[in-house]
Design a protein around this ligand. Sequence first.
Ligand SMILES: [Zn+2]
Length: 53
Amino acid sequence: MDPQPQPEQVKYICGGCGEEVTLKPNEKVQCRHCDYSILFKKRTRRIVEFLAR
Ligand SMILES: [Zn+2]
């Protein structure tokens, strides 16, 4: 548990290639390594689906 909020970057694990991907809150959820759009949040391990707007 981090006592300090860290809103700048969130780490994800790519569901496609398994690489670690660091995203900023406003960035599109997409792996930079393989362009996969489903990433697992590293802390919760819950799936994060790409939100099309
Ligand atoms: Zn990937």
